[in-house]
Design a binder for this molecule. Structure first.
Ligand code: FES
Length: 222
């Protein structure tokens, strides 16, 4: 009789079965580790490159008209004094204020997400609503603490697109907007009319004038 139990036929079979079981557990462990690494890697990439944009044409026509934004022009002034209309899927908001019309390109300057237009932009930021109300060119009775809040990492922007909270390093850019012959707007996201670097809180003066429907030519940083 063999002294070593593994030298018997039964012992060798048992040893083989244990080896197979060990190999199976090692393979499963390896697969689980690889899966966890892959998932973690994808999440890191999503964080670093949120909402990567496609190759949509830079120039587009809005779904709303000059008339809908302004309420019409009477004596050279818009019937609706202040208004904000967004083309969220095109990542542009069009703003009407006392100085005219401008278009903000909604690309968060942190990592490129699309900030949402909100009417309480200072909530939870520690900044007084009156600070946001004072931005933009608008009469006292037309002021709102409005602006944009980024859903990705919490950056906030005033209505003139100046960043004031969160990781965004600089204001969002303004892009060229014109009135089309059929009364809509043509927005060219490839044509900047105002761009500012970190710490530049200067309010851009560029506007599409409501009476002449022409630009005032006051570009900033371009
Ligand atoms: S992408 Fe990070 S705050 Fe907007």
């Amino acid at each position: 009789m063999a002294l070593n139990p593994y030298e018997s036929t039964r012992g060798r079979m048992r040893a083989r079965a244990e080896t197979t079981r060990r190999q199976f557990l090692m393979i499963m462990g390896g697969l689980a580790a690889a899966g966890a690494s892959l998932f973690g890697g994808i999440q890191v990439l999503k964080f670093m490159f949120p909402q990567a944009s496609g190759n949509a044409p830079a120039l587009f026509k809005t779904t709303f008209t000059f008339e809908q934004l302004t309420g019409g022009i009477v004596n050279g002034k818009p019937v609706t004094p202040v208004n904000v209309l967004s083309e969220t899927d095109k990542r542009v908001t069009v703003v009407l204020d006392d100085a005219g019309i401008y278009a903000v390109y909604l690309v968060c300057t942190h990592l490129g997400c699309t900030p949402n237009y909100v009417t309480d932009v200072t909530t939870g930021s520690g900044v007084a609503p009156t600070v946001a109300e004072a931005r933009g060119a608008r009469a006292t009775d037309q002021r709102l603490p409005n602006g944009w809040a980024c859903p990705c990492h919490g950056s906030r922007y005033f209505i003139d697109s100046t960043n004031f909270y969160g990781p965004a390093p600089r204001p969002m850019d303004w892009v060229n907007i014109q009135v089309t012959p059929d009364g809509f707007f043509a927005v060219d996201r490839a044509a900047l009319v105002a761009t500012r670097g970190p710490g530049n809180n200067e309010a851009p003066q560029w506007r599409l004038l409501v009476d002449t429907q022409k630009s005032n030519g006051k570009t900033l940083g371009v």
